[in-house]
Design a protein around this ligand. Structure first.
Ligand code: F6P
Length: 330
């Protein structure tokens, strides 16, 4: 029986468990033997592997996180670490590997492919910063988590005359901030992809106050550089909040949402995306294919050459940004 290894790597994302469940059961369906690799590439190097059966993935479709656990491995970045990983796969007679993760995980997968391991990647990261797929697994749940939180903040915000800044994750990407900001009716959205002027933000808030607006919600992507001398040691929302207090005289409150965004039961969208991508990935492995990343583009599952996908830049839909500006300044 051919063996397929399955690992999750990088930041966990809601929907990873749905992908693992599908991968295991699809492998069994095609007569492959699924093997769990725990703690991503770190666990691969250190031999944390075990055969899996259908019952091992019962009752996990609704759970956030990843039952396989995840890790960011420094050792795997070294040639010695990768050699150990390849050796471990050979010793366990695993010739194909399904990698569920983000771009760092895919770079790792590509290096294994170059060492002769058959790899297949499916995109799972709340950041949605991977090209060749409209959405990555976990993004939809994360933006819904942000939306729930901002809805609550809005209740308290509407009871006070203050400016509320909510900082969201996304690493270098503004996807989470843009989608959640538009969905929450944020007054201002600050993202790394679009340069902004903090004095113009202060001006917008002041003008809105003159027209009777009593509070504002600003969604800030963690990846923005707030002020010119920003050295990255302080959260941008803190810096921007202080600037608004000092320059425009508004009282501010800051919420840094943090890891709450990554948790919770995956949404329908994430479960369906995870299930579809994992099914097709294992089907391709069964057909002997490798070196690919699967994405969903215009509702179709498409396989891209992994090296090509990694070289592409994910584009943000700036129509959403323009729409948000129109709605918040009228
Ligand atoms: O990549 C997912 C992500 O949640 C980013 O949005 C965030 O910057 C980072 O991971 C946080 O990493 P960690 O969980 O290792 O602190």
């Amino acid at each position: 029986m051919r063996r397929v290894g399955i690992l999750t790597s990088g930041g966990d994302a809601p929907g990873m468990n749905a992908a693992i469940r599908t991968a295991v059961r699809t492998a069994l369906h095609f007569g492959l033997e699924p093997w769990a690799i725990y703690r991503g590439y770190h666990g691969l190097i250190h031999g944390e592997l075990a055969a899996m059966g259908s019952r091992d993935v019962s009752g996990i479709i609704q759970r956030g996180g990843t039952i396989l656990k995840s890790a960011r491995s420094e050792e795997f970045m070294t040639p010695e670490g990768r050699a150990k990983a390849v050796d471990m796969l050979r010793r366990h007679e695993i010739d194909s590997l399904l990698v569920i993760g983000g771009d760092g995980s895919f770079r790792g997968a590509l290096s294994l492919q170059q060492e002769g391991v058959n790899v297949m990647g499916i995109p799972a990261t709340i950041d949605n910063d991977i090209a060749c797929t409209d959405y990555s697994i976990g993004f939809d749940t994360a933006v819904n988590n942000v939306m729930d939180a901002v809805n609550k903040i809005r209740d308290t915000a509407s009871s006070h005359d203050r400016v509320y800044l909510v900082e969201v994750m996304g690493r270098h990407s503004g996807y989470i901030a843009l989608y959640s900001g538009l969905a929450c009716g944020a007054d201002v959205i600050l993202i790394p992809e679009v340069p902004y002027d903090l004095d113009a933000v202060c001006e917008q808030i002041s003008q809105a106050a003159e027209l009777g607006k009593t509070f504002n919600i600003i969604v800030v992507a963690e990846g923005v550089h707030a002020i010119g001398d920003d050295d990255g040691s302080e959260n941008p929302a803190m810096q921007i909040g202080r600037y608004i207090e000092e320059q425009a005289g508004f009282e501010t409150r800051i919420t840094i949402l943090g890891h709450i965004q990554r948790g919770g039961a995956p949404t329908v969208r994430d479960r369906l995306l995870a299930s579809r991508l994992a099914y097709h990935a294992v089907e391709l492995i069964f057909q002997g294919k490798g070196g690919k990343m699967l994405g969903e583009v215009d509702q179709k599952v498409v396989a891209f050459d992994l090296e090509y996908a990694l070289a592409q830049e994910k584009q943000l839909n700036l129509d959403y940004y323009r729409l948000s500006n129109i709605l918040s300044t009228i």
